[in-house]
Design a protein. Structure first.
Length: 158
């Protein structure tokens, strides 16, 4: 167990010390999907969601969530979030959410990108629940990261 850097010798979790790491530019992108009924897709496209601007609310919720990730993920380090881009694309099946987060810090922002997508999806579900009570959040995942000691990585998806 001691080979895992978030575990102490006795097996208990702790936050690792990143103070000795170099500050570098880092970024991460995550994606996810909110699947919904055709009536909800139609309401999004027509701008007739009863609660208002569902996509705008989801975008802002995602940005806010990225900045608050260390409050939600116990071992995530507080990092200076320098940029967050949230894109929401309405498709025939629902909404594809993509979030990219950038920083210049000592650790990466994968958790911030995942939190951004997750909370944007939750906000979207909240905004459309009067139209579709059966929407689902699917496939939240990191799709790319750059910077840091481990370098660049991209998930092999089209």
């Amino acid at each position: 167990m001691t080979d895992l850097n978030h575990l102490r010798a006795d097996g208990t979790a702790h936050m690792i010390d990143v103070s000795g790491k170099a500050v570098t530019t880092r970024s991460a992108t995550a994606r996810g999907t909110v699947r919904m009924a055709a009536v909800a897709v139609q309401a999004l496209r027509a701008g007739t969601v009863p609660k208002g601007d569902a996509l705008g609310v989801a975008r802002l919720a995602g940005i806010q969530a990225a900045k608050r990730t260390p409050e939600l993920v116990p071992l995530a380090h507080p990092v200076a979030v320098h940029a967050v881009q949230v894109d929401l694309e309405v498709t025939d099946e629902g909404v594809e959410i993509s979030a990219s987060v950038r920083t210049a810090d000592r650790t990466g922002v994968e958790m911030e990108a995942l939190t951004c997508v997750s909370v944007a999806a939750l906000a979207l579900v909240d905004m459309i629940k009067a139209v579709d009570k059966e929407s689902t959040i699917d496939d939240v995942r990191v799709t790319a990261k750059s910077g840091g000691r481990s370098g660049d990585w991209a998930r092999g998806e089209s």
